[in-house]
Design a binder for this molecule. Structure first.
Ligand code: TRP
Length: 335
């Protein structure tokens, strides 16, 4: 059987946090070692431009995110690891797909609809502040996916609709021109924990409740001490299932250690003690990677080399497919 091709993109805005690690980075790195799959992982820097018009932030977070994945041990000889903007075939394909994708389909995209709704509620013009980038975002994402013949696309729930749109767009192209595209499927990893943030809600940059992944030790300790708890005293039994400290613990600990901590909660472990143990566990888990991360951040030339090598490998797939696509739509040399 031929290998399953698994592809996912990481939008380069913001500094990676513990929630990104547990929910996306760790499972993707684990999956990339599976011999039955071929992993394509990329920095979606053209997607970043949709949300962020600050060049310094786009540049810095591309570097941080690349360094993070490398520091955590992504094997770039196995996985194809590249930067979207290094693959010009993706943006070319985006235009060709734009000329086939129905505008009505894009009108239904959640991100666009949410923007329109917010405008209507604020009494603004419905398209106030909506760029063509935001509106066309699902087409760029379809190009990312279809360019590499991905079978499976691991995503968060909010992205399922986009993968389905990619599938629609592929079907329409295959029917109208030539059957060049693989129909992708979204995979939502239900067993992967959605980490809680400092305030107990989902850890997310938009809630401002994150713990950055590679905080220096002291700041990591401080951040963990800020996790919201209740007022129960030491010795009073605590409900593990209602605790962010325990939830984060269980995302990092083995099954035995998780069971032990559950007993400690029942026996009334003090919040200060539980947080101290949590800090030690998270810190021990990440210390070596943090060291590598700092080295990588000091050596952007090395990161660049890795990305260029990844782009070369990625283009060995995208160049021939784009040539077929162009030919299928009638963009071809005179003969
Ligand atoms: N839009 C995705 C997100 O915000 C990131 C992304 C861009 C992506 N292109 C992709 C994910 C292709 C999967 C496949 O999370």
């Amino acid at each position: 059987m031929s290998k399953q091709r698994v592809l996912t993109g990481i939008t380069t805005t913001g500094t990676p946090h513990l929630g990104n690690y547990v929910g996306a980075i760790r499972p993707a790195i684990a999956a990339s070692t599976d011999s039955g799959t071929e992993s394509f992982l990329f920095l979606a820097d053209y997607h970043a431009l949709i949300k962020c018009q600050d060049p310094t932030v786009v540049r810095q977070s591309s570097k941080e995110i690349a360094a993070t994945w490398l520091a955590l041990g992504l094997d770039t000889e196995r996985a194809v690891f590249y930067r979207q903007s290094d693959i010009p075939e993706i943006t070319e394909l985006t235009w060709i797909l734009c000329c086939n994708a129905a505008k009505g389909l894009m009108n239904r995209a959640h991100a666009y609809k949410a923007a329109v709704q917010a405008n209507e509620e604020a009494g603004e013009d419905p398209d106030f502040g909506v760029t063509m980038g935001l509106f066309s975002y699902p087409v760029l994402m379809a190009a990312d996916i279809l360019m590499f013949g991905a079978h499976k696309v691991p995503v968060g729930r909010d992205q399922i609709q986009h993968v389905e749109m990619a599938r629609d767009i592929a079907q329409r192209f295959n029917h109208n021109f030539a059957p060049l595209f693989t129909l992708p499927e979204a995979v939502v990893e239900d067993h992967v924990a959605v980490l809680q943030g400092l305030d107990g809600r989902k850890m997310s940059k938009s809630y401002n409740n994150t713990v950055p992944l590679f905080l220096p030790e002291k700041q990591l300790r401080k951040a963990i001490n800020k996790i919201k708890t209740n007022l129960l005293e030491p010795g009073e039994p605590k409900d593990a299932d209602d605790s962010t400290v325990f939830q984060i613990w269980s995302a990092f600990a083995s099954a035995e250690e998780t069971a032990r901590m559950r007993r400690e909660f029942e026996q009334g472990i003090a919040w200060g003690e539980a947080k101290k143990e949590l800090f030690e566990l998270v810190n021990d888990t990440l210390a070596a990677a943090r060291e590598r991360y700092l080295q990588l951040m000091d050596d952007p030339t090395h990161i660049e080399q890795v990305l260029q090598r990844g782009a070369e490998r990625a283009r060995s797939f995208s160049t021939p497919l784009l040539a077929q696509v162009r030919d299928a739509v009638g963009i071809a040399p005179m003969r």
